[in-house]
Design a protein around this ligand. Structure first.
Ligand code: GTR
Length: 422
């Protein structure tokens, strides 16, 4: 009881603070807004066929997101070298074998090492794989002592064993609850993870990670329409998929791209930019992910661009406090993944991410799925808490906070089974 009271006081305090900050959590205080229709051309003509969508309207929408939000991914920046670091049949998972590989990006003498940790189910000739980034190093996703600790920059967090911007043995396993590895292996899936900071450290600084590998002459940072960190992380996921295509025990036609929160935004953009991803999962991706920006509920464009100026390209900044002027909204991002399956998950206490806005992102993307004869999210109402909906678009809202839980993974595996089993 005492705990509940404390939580309520804390909530009032936090909500009050946010109210002062102009953050809205009240459906009644949202502005009236009109969403752009993905199936209508700017001149008013309707998209009637898959061909019109794929050849004309989809590229238009893609270019808006690319030029005005995520920024263009440089062309030809491909990793060609894979270095085997370690592999073993002995892991904490009786039915899992492990492989650790560095994806090596080179420029002259300079090298960027992106470490990929792969667990594959023993006895499966070609396994579908869940691929995603972690926040705290590959060694954080498992108690497995053999997992190599990344030496890349990380934000200090003493409780997770990160001091002096470096990981330590103490951070091993600290994020294990977010990765149901045993459950995935038991279901016949592999899992591949990378530390997002190996690709680009999550700070407003373009002198580290992949960035120094792609500018020359006087250019030291991306131009206003060139990639921000989220697009850079998406690029890294495509590089990982290139590697997985070379791995005989992986079914590379069945790689599922997954991400939580800022990495959920990343997974969505990876799904859009790389059609090889067979299925896309956005866990609590919120603003800039699945949630509609024009609702102005929870995190706003201004807030995200201010707290994280490096995530999106500079062309996105003029939309601060001007969501009504955005020529697109996040339902169209999801529509760009059609007809591939996509799953959007929310958490009840994660109001910052606007769970209803996340649902509506999928709902308003659905007409594009219909064009392909597929069902999306068919009801304008969110399903009840804890009750997943699974069509070509899947959705659930579960109780609890901003996180990834076993419940989430149970649904993702069910959804993947439904769409990827032969
Ligand atoms: C928050 C940010 C969100 C979300 C989250 C996360 O601070 O405002 O957009 O991405 O971080 O990544 O955990």
């Amino acid at each position: 009881m005492k705990k509940t009271k404390l939580l309520i006081i804390l909530l009032i305090f936090v909500t009050g603070l946010n109210a002062q900050d102009g953050i809205n959590y009240d459906e009644n205080l949202m502005p009236a807004y009109t969403l752009p229709d993905p199936l209508v051309f700017p001149g008013g003509k309707k998209v009637k066929t898959v061909r019109q969508w794929e050849t004309k309207r989809k590229p238009q929408i893609f270019r808006m997101f690319e030029e005005q939000m995520f920024g263009k991914i440089p062309e030809g920046l491909d990793i060609k070298e894979y270095r085997l670091l370690e592999e073993s049949d002995v892991t904490p998972y009786p039915n899992g074998r492990r492989k650790q590989v560095a994806l090596v990006l080179k420029k002259g003498e300079k090298e960027l090492l992106i470490q990929l940790l792969l667990y594959l189910p023993k006895g499966v000739a070609k396994a579908p794989v869940f691929l995603g980034y972690n926040f705290k190093g590959n060694h954080s996703v498992t108690p497995d002592k053999a997992v190599i600790i990344s030496s890349s920059w990380a934000r200090d967090d003493a409780a997770s064993g990160i001091t002096g911007n470096r990981f330590s043995e103490k951070s091993r396993g600290t994020e294990a609850s977010r990765w149901s590895i045993q459950r995935m292996l038991d279901a016949g899936y592999g899992v591949a993870v990378m530390y997002y900071g190996d690709v680009d450290p999550d700070r407003d600084d373009f002198s580290d990670g992949v960035h120094p590998f792609c500018y020359s002459g006087d250019q030291k940072k991306p131009l206003p329409g060139e990639w921000g960190a989220i697009a850079a992380w998406s690029w890294g996921l495509s590089q990982a998929l290139n590697y997985l295509e070379t791995e005989p025990a992986v079914d590379a036609g069945k790689v599922i791209v997954f991400g939580h929160s800022r990495l959920g935004k990343t997974a969505l953009w990876a799904g859009v930019t790389d059609p090889r991803f067979a299925l896309v999962i956005s866990n609590n991706s919120g603003c800039g992910g699945a949630a509609l920006s024009k609702r102005i509920f929870g995190e706003t464009v201004k807030r995200i661009n201010t707290s994280f100026p490096h995530w999106f390209c500079d062309n996105f900044k003029p939309y601060n406090d001007r969501e009504q002027d955005l020529p697109f909204d996040q339902h169209e991002l999801i529509a760009l993944i059609a007809p591939r399956p996509v799953y959007i998950a929310s958490a009840l206490e994660d109001q910052w991410a606007d769970p209803k806005g996340e649902y509506l992102g999928g709902y308003y993307a659905s007409p594009v799925y219909h064009l392909y004869g597929k069902k999306g999210l068919e009801s304008a109402e969110q399903p009840p808490v804890g009750v997943p909906v699974m069509n070509q678009i899947g959705y659930h809202i579960r109780p609890g906070k901003h996180d990834v839980t076993d419940f989430d993974w149970e649904q993702y595996i069910r959804f993947a089974d439904m769409h990827l089993q032969d």
